[in-house]
Design a protein around this ligand. Structure first.
Ligand code: AMP
Length: 428
């Protein structure tokens, strides 16, 4: 047993898996550029109040899962690691005056999030999210645009059968009356409620709808539906968002029980699932509209909408669907030498080739040429550059390890020859 292990609920992304993440990050960046989102980076930790206020105190994320940083005695502020990026991004939107930029401000970020959750398959204490936020657009067209962007991310990543569940959870006008009818409903079943749900009933009844407790599944099926209680503007917004989604050909289904775990959502809420795996733990990603959040964090009243897609779960589903993580590319060439001790020349030639932009490994082991070439083959290298007697008059042997051919090349032409061969190999 090793002495130290990664903290419970975290894991190392070893090179193949990390390369798989890089691929997802490249797809996400390419998409967000096409859709006009600009990258933003906010701190991994914030004042705890940003999350308490921005996410809501009566939520699992804040009540149970927040990674709080113990304040040092000489500092009075209380911080927490970010459990999701929206609250921090909206805090940044308000703070340096992004409110005066042309609206909407469309932002994207990718990085680790932290939740002190009970670890299990697909549920970690540190996980990655790809996130977009469009702040300053009341929708409903942008709601569909964002859902379509999320769906396209899964399609381009190669995840099969992704389906979108959508709902409207109303706004400050219609939700209070709906909440009252929800509270009435649960009160008639109060004896059946688990203790946490009973306690939450008075504080935030909406949370009961998205409870993970199995006892609640049956109760929730018969609960009043928000979509039957929407005010006229919310209903019109929802109808229009759905019409836009239909026009874009995004496969979606209305799920009246979908309320999302976070307090700040209004109107459109959505989650992405692999069809047939709609269990609580299986959401690949989700998002929604948060028209009250900017004001809640001290800005002018400003509508907004966004999503967070979990990359760890995408990687898991891709593996389940039979797609191996992306392999890390081997070097284009390995520089080997007939004189096992002459590591200076091998490293010098490799350094020049790298400076010319090529992917090159120098064999720095003091071993026989045959062993160096064997290792180059195992590395997946296309070429071996062999330094021998010809080096004295500025030449090397260039062996094509794939074709099994070899020729003499002037050192001065080597970088150009290799670059050409790489182009040829890529397109041939
Ligand atoms: P949420 O804000 O809880 O809706 O999370 C958005 C997405 O982030 C989820 O759909 C998951 O893909 C991912 N996610 C949330 N929590 C975790 C976690 N503990 N471990 C891994 N992925 C997570």
């Amino acid at each position: 047993m090793p002495t130290f292990r990664a903290p419970r609920g975290t894991r190392d992304l070893l090179p193949d898996e990390r390369a798989g993440f890089d691929r997802l990050i490249r797809i996400a960046s390419s998409l967000t550029q096409r859709y006009g989102y600009r990258p933003i980076e906010t701190p991994l930790f914030e004042q705890t109040a940003v999350f308490e206020r921005g996410i809501g105190e009566v939520t699992d994320v804040v009540e149970k899962e927040l990674f709080r940083i113990a304040p040092r005695t000489e500092e009075s502020e209380s911080w927490a690691l970010r459990p999701e990026p929206t609250a921090g991004i909206v805090r940044a939107y308000v703070q340096p005056g992004m409110q005066t930029l042309p609206q909407p401000v469309k932002l994207t970020t990718i990085g680790p999030m932290f939740r002190y959750d009970r670890p299990q398959a697909g549920r970690y204490r540190q996980f990655w999210q790809f996130d977009v936020e469009a702040i300053g657009d009341p929708g409903p067209a942008v709601d569909a645009e964002i859902v379509e962007l999320g769906h396209r991310f899964y399609v381009e990543a190669g995840v099969e059968g992704v389906e979108v569940l959508v709902n409207s959870i109303g706004d400050g006008v219609c939700r209070p009356a709906y909440l009252a009818s929800l509270v009435d409903y649960y009160r008639t079943h109060v004896d059946a409620l688990p203790p946490t749900e009973r306690e939450r009933l008075e504080r935030n009844a909406l949370r009961l709808l998205d409870s993970k407790d199995p006892v609640m599944t049956g109760l929730n099926a018969d609960a009043p539906r928000i979509t039957d209680h929407l005010c006229e503007p919310c209903a019109a917004h929802f109808e229009s968002a759905k019409a836009h989604l239909e026009a874009l050909g995004v496969p979606f289904r209305v799920e009246p029980g979908l309320v999302r775990g976070l307090d700040y959502y209004t109107r459109t809420a959505f989650e992405f699932y692999v069809a047939g795996r709609e269990g609580q733990q299986q959401a690949l990603g989700g998002g929604g509209r948060y028209d009250g959040l900017v004001e809640l964090l001290g800005g002018k009243p400003t509508p907004g909408i966004g999503f967070g897609l979990g990359l760890d779960r995408v990687a898991l589903v891709l593996a389940e669907q039979g797609h191996p993580p992306a392999a890390v590319d081997g070097p284009l060439a390995v520089v080997a030498g007939a004189d096992p001790d002459d590591t200076v020349e091998r490293l010098r030639v490799a350094t020049d080739l790298r400076a010319a932009g090529l992917r090159v490994r120098a064999d720095l082991g003091r071993r026989k040429l045959g062993r160096q070439l064997e290792a180059a083959g195992k590395d997946g290298a296309h070429f071996a550059v062999i330094l021998g007697d010809e080096l004295a008059d500025g030449h090397v042997q260039l062996r094509d390890l794939l074709a099994g051919t070899q020729r003499v090349v002037a050192l001065a032409d080597l970088a150009r020859d290799l670059a050409r061969a790489e182009q040829h190999h890529k397109h041939g």
